[in-house]
Design a protein around this ligand. Sequence first.
Ligand code: SF4
Length: 79
Amino acid sequence: MAFVITSACIGEKHGDCVEVCPVDCIEEGEEMFFIDPDICIDCGACEAVCPVTAIFMEDEVPDEEHEYIALNRRFFEEK
Ligand code: SF4
């Protein structure tokens, strides 16, 4: 399980999440930030500071945002 960044981050990229992540697993993509699901320790710090409520625990991602679970993972697989 990991936290997932969803569409609300697109064009927003506030970046507070990057500052608070204790394991440094949030990286910047072209349009949004992504969380590396293999490194995330589920602490929830990023979720608490996101100003646009873009971050959810994987099993709480809204149905219409489910594609972002794979998109976060793919970003790190394709690096
Ligand atoms: Fe980083 Fe914690 Fe957010 Fe995972 S839940 S991305 S470890 S701040």
